[in-house]
Design a protein around this ligand. Structure first.
Ligand SMILES: [Ca+2]
Ligand SMILES: [Ca+2]
Ligand SMILES: [Ca+2]
Length: 192
């Protein structure tokens, strides 16, 4: 697996398999996070390792707005999402431990089942071509699913993004500085 991850990282660095750069969610309500499609068939495990190695994680979709952003930019292709119920069957969690409040499951999903019959367990999840979610196993009868990836970056969020905490804290510092300067000025004037 490590070899594959190394290969993918190398391939990504020459922009062959990954999108050239993350797309940042910078519009109103955006979180400033970067989203990078891995437009090749990849296992969930390898995608997770690749995301970790690049400082990101398999995408988490925690609101209707994030679902809309992800689908409009990366829809039309089956992609893994960072949800799993491997720890407690039936209780899906995000890999980031964000609250699992918003969901967009396909009707009848999650069903932890394959072909409506023999259940091998479905403890991972994908974003389907239609935007709905489906729980699914890593492989079926030794064959990987034709599912691509999507990595989300929070650490290197675009500082110019709307609602990004960086500019807000910068603003707070500026406001505090201006306040201090005004106070000094008032103090100076009062001593004149
Ligand atoms: Ca997310
Ligand atoms: Ca399951
Ligand atoms: Ca399913």
């Amino acid at each position: 697996m490590r070899v594959l991850v190394r290969f993918l990282i190398a391939a990504c660095s020459i922009a062959a398999l990954c999108d050239a750069a993350p797309i940042y969610w910078t519009g109103p309500g955006g979180n400033g996070h970067g989203y990078e499609g891995v437009d090749t068939v990849i296992s969930w495990t390898d995608l997770s390792a690749l995301a970790d190695s690049k400082g990101g994680h398999v995408v988490t979709i925690t609101s209707a707005a994030e679902q809309a952003f992800v689908f409009s930019n990366f829809g039309g292709m089956r992609r893994w999402i960072g949800a799993t119920d491997a720890v407690t069957e039936g209780t899906f969690k995000w890999v980031t431990n964000e609250p699992f409040a918003f969901t967009n499951w396909e009707l009848g999903e999650p069903n932890d089942d394959i072909n409506g019959g023999t259940s091998n367990g479905e403890d991972l999840a994908e974003l389907k071509v239609n935007g709905k979610w489906n729980d699914i196993p890593q492989i079926l009868a030794g064959s990987p699913f034709q599912i691509a990836g999507l990595i989300e970056y929070e650490v290197n969020a675009d500082p110019t993004a709307v609602d990004n905490p960086e500019p807000a804290s910068g603003l707070l510092v500026s406001t505090a500085l201006l306040g201090a300067l005004a106070w000094r000025r008032r103090r100076k004037l009062s001593t004149l």
